[in-house]
Write a protein that binds this ligand. Structure first.
Ligand code: NAD
Length: 542
């Protein structure tokens, strides 16, 4: 039907809406927030395009108002996971034979539906279910999700166009087959766009998935699944499995048709999945592709030539937006003694104006952390810092879970550069600061590089060329996304392809060509026009 050689043009990034009072996007969002706050929706399992109900129920609550239930969901058991694998394998035959432009057009339609008809719906569900303010929801569940759809189609065009050389006597081609089997997408709570994308990159390349959504992101993830189906994604291409991670993981990992895992979440969970694959390795039909983006201990490093106000702003935005629950969030900072007093003063001034509370109140910059376990974890770090001889809480430090899981933006100052909160990922609104002697710049860069097992994001602030050059070298492997005079969060699809190495993941760069390649199994095809009829070569002649 479609016999053209088609190329998706390089798209522009989706423009971020501002949600100023009185704007049309603000009133649409407020209406949707009100509507969703009044409902308790029932979330089924979706297998082969059909809704499945087990009656084994769980609840989705608002983290900022945890007595308020927004959804009840059916949990999968072993039987449903096996049914989903079967459905994914059955759907794959047709999906992989669908011309890639037609697959891509469904994905482009999903992106456009989110950009228009369903923008307010996905943003409101992300705000209520994951406790994001309007701006944080907009840059995630609208803009980044849309960008992933559009940019991946463009990158896929480039990938399919990448072909080997031929000559007058032979035609050489590369066929980009999908992987053999099914892909398991295991998605985190903190980014709705990632939940979408971990399914959609394999799907674009002709694979089918079983999807394990995070139970604390189910509200937005279910709305996504409905949009996928409305856009025409065929039954069984993505199978939606709310439920317990370990149960779903164990069933999937023991299936010989597991072709790959597309994961974002904590380092511990990914390492557990990797070990599970290792334990089953002789049972698989092929080597499963393991693509995982995991934790971080992201840093801001200031040189004495930095501008103190700029560093302070990066600390406040980088550490506290979305309550520090971004894998890229700044959670340790190295500040030269000569700048500390001024930076501290700016940070203090900014924090004194920041409000924390419900997402429905648009004047709140900070909302709640995701659940009680996260709240208790954050409070533990704060309480230990208050009691420590090596640390002091200079700003924030109050926690209250009576209504929602609220942790005040907290700045810890430590005299020990290896203090626990300089090394470990907390995933909350807490940053720890180590003040170094200006003359120890190089040694402190080395300390920054060797302090944590992670290497996801990091930022250097300096206007001294030589200092920047040294930082670039010393921190070469400390971050997969490295920022100069900017906060370490806010990577944009198509501009800063995202991912880190060491304990932070396989660095397959979400939103780039490199990630798509992982979901293909290329076949080289050589066709000879006039085959040889003699076996000998000239060198054999006497
Ligand atoms: P998590 O590891 O707790 O959960 C991630 C997903 O894994 C969830 O869907 C969970 O249900 C599932 N899961 C848990 N155990 C499982 C098992 N045994 N088998 C199969 N699935 C299982 O992570 P989270 O709390 O949702 O997300 C926060 C973490 O994600 C942080 O560590 C953060 O740094 C990381 N993260 C990284 C990136 C990145 O790009 N590097 C992006 C976002 C989040």
């Amino acid at each position: 039907m479609n016999n053209a050689l088609f190329q998706f043009a390089k798209p522009a990034n989706e423009a971020v809406k501002e949600y100023r009072p009185g704007s049309p996007e603000r009133s649409a969002l407020e209406k949707e927030l009100e509507k969703q706050s009044k409902e308790v929706i029932e979330i089924p399992i979706i297998i082969g395009g059909k809704e499945v109900r087990t009656g084994d129920m769980g609840e989705v609550v608002m983290p900022h108002n945890h007595k308020h239930v927004v959804a009840k969901y059916h949990k999968v058991g072993e039987k449903e996971v096996n049914m989903a694998i079967e459905a994914a394998l059955n759907a794959k035959k047709e999906w992989e034979n669908t011309p890639w432009v037609e697959r891509a057009s469904i994905l482009a339609r999903i992106g456009q539906l989110i950009a228009t008809k369903y923008r307010a719906r996905v943003n409101a569900s992300c705000m209520l279910g994951q406790s994001k303010n309007a701006f944080q929801a907009e840059i995630d569940s609208a803009c980044e999700a849309i960008d992933f759809f559009r940019f991946n189609n463009y990158y896929a065009s480039n990938l399919y166009a990448e072909q080997p050389s031929s000559s007058p006597d032979q035609l050489n081609r590369t066929e980009y087959r999908p992987l053999e089997g099914f892909v398991m997408a295991v998605t985190p709570f903190n980014f709705t766009s990632i939940a979408s994308n971990l399914n959609m990159t394999p799907v674009l390349m002709g694979n089918t998935t079983i999807w394990k959504p995070s139970t604390t992101a189910l509200l937005s993830n279910y709305h996504l699944m409905q949009i996928f189906m409305e856009a025409g994604l065929p039954a069984g291409v993505i199978n939606f499995l709310p439920g317990k991670g370990s149960l779903i993981g164990n069933v999937a990992l023991s299936n010989p048709n597991l072709a790959g895992i597309h994961f974002t979440g904590s380092t511990a969970t990914f390492q557990g999945l990797w070990k599970g694959v290792g334990a089953n390795i002789s049972n698989y039909k092929s080597y499963p592709r393991l693509v995982g983006e995991t934790g971080g201990k992201d840093f801001i490093f200031a040189h004495s030539s930095a501008n103190p106000r700029e560093v302070a702003t990066a600390i406040v935005r980088g550490a506290f937006e979305y309550q520090g629950q971004k894998c890229s969030a700044a959670s340790r900072a190295y500040i030269p003694a000569s700048l500390w007093n001024e930076i501290k003063q700016h940070v203090g001034e900014m924090l004194s104006t920041i409000k924390m509370g419900d997402v429905n109140d648009f004047s709140n910059f900070i909302n709640a952390v995701i659940d009680e376990a996260s709240f208790d974890n954050c409070k533990g770090y704060i309480d230990r810092a208050k009691a420590s001889l090596e640390a002091e809480v200079v700003f924030g430090g109050n926690c209250d879970k009576s209504v929602g899981y609220f942790v005040e933006p907290t700045v810890i100052l430590t005299t020990n550069p290896k203090y626990e909160s300089m090394e470990q990922e907390i995933f909350g609104p807490i940053i720890t600061i180590f003040v170094y002697d200006d003359k120890n710049y190089v040694e402190t860069l080395e300390l920054c590089d060797s302090t944590s097992p992670y290497a996801l994001t990091g930022a250097i602030f300096s206007y001294d060329l030589q200092a920047l050059k040294i930082a670039n070298e010393k921190l070469r492997y400390s971050a997969g996304n490295f920022y100069i005079n900017d906060k370490p969060t806010g990577a944009v699809v198509g501009c800063q392809p995202f991912g880190g190495s060491r304990a932070s993941g396989t660095n397959d760069k979400a939103g780039g060509l490199w990630n798509l390649i992982r979901w293909t199994n290329p076949r080289s095809i050589k066709e000879t026009f006039v085959p040889a009829t003699e076996y000998g070569y000239p060198f054999l002649a006497k």
